[in-house]
Design a protein around this ligand. Structure first.
Ligand SMILES: *Cc1c(COP(=O)(O)O)cnc(C)c1O
Length: 221
């Protein structure tokens, strides 16, 4: 098996330099993050609040950019928001309002992505197009979040056309929103693509890819 450094090297060879690589270190020990960091990787993603907090604290002051990418319950905000450089997974109005409220109380503006429901699976989290539109029409009333773009997960399938359809939909919607809200100059990130589909995501304008397994190997749950 390749080392973490080799895996990173292989991915970065193919990844355009303007696309941000979030190394998804969930379920892997801090030693794995340490190895990736030594190889020059300084953006990491985690999806569980407790683990996110623990790792962010362990690497405090090291210049790592932390993205939270999992479902976030409003009673866990204080484990995540003090350390998060970006919350990619805003998947409900309730969560958005709570994050804005936390920002107000703590004097922070939290950079966020709106997670869009694109995959065919019923279980996938996310906001529907109408909800995203509704939020953005009222964006001015959320003073303590910065709307930075969209995040989405394609259907978990080997059928490439289905993955392309999902990425195509989110990419088209992103284009539509940018035309509709040209004044939201921060709203430009499109976080799509994981270990199995990030090369495809590049065809659809990904500006952020979130890659775990292809860097760190299989997760031990
Ligand atoms: C786990 C996870 C990833 C990374 O998945 P891999 O297939 O291991 O690359 C990306 N995005 C989200 C939201 C995740 O939960």
């Amino acid at each position: 098996m390749n080392s973490i450094a080799q895996n990173l090297f292989e991915i970065k060879k193919e990844l355009p330099s303007e696309v941000k690589l979030v190394a998804v270190s969930k379920f892997h020990p801090v030693e794995a993050i340490e190895q990736a960091f030594a190889a020059g990787q300084d953006v990491f993603g985690e999806n569980r609040p407790q683990e996110f907090e623990k790792k962010a604290q362990a690497f405090a002051g090291r210049g790592i950019e932390w993205h939270f990418i999992g479902h976030l319950q409003t009673n866990k905000l204080k484990m995540v928001l003090p350390y998060a450089d970006m919350v990619e997974s805003i998947d409900s109005m309730h969560l958005l309002e709570a994050v804005d409220e936390w920002g107000k109380k703590n004097g922070r503006v939290v950079p966020i992505l709106l997670e869009m429901h694109v995959a065919a699976e019923e279980t996938k989290q996310g906001l529907y197009e109408e909800e995203i539109l509704d939020v953005l029409f009222r964006a001015g009333s959320f003073k303590n979040v910065r709307f930075c773009g969209l995040m989405g997960m394609a259907t978990n399938t080997d059928v490439e056309e289905d993955v392309r359809a999902d990425f195509g939909r989110i990419s088209a919607f992103m284009g539509y929103l940018r035309d509709l809200f040209p004044e939201y100059s921060d709203f430009k990130e499109l976080s799509i693509g994981m270990s199995g589909d990030w090369r495809i995501a590049l065809d659809y304008g990904a500006t952020i890819v979130r890659i775990g397994t292809a860097i760190f190997g299989e997760r031990q749950y």
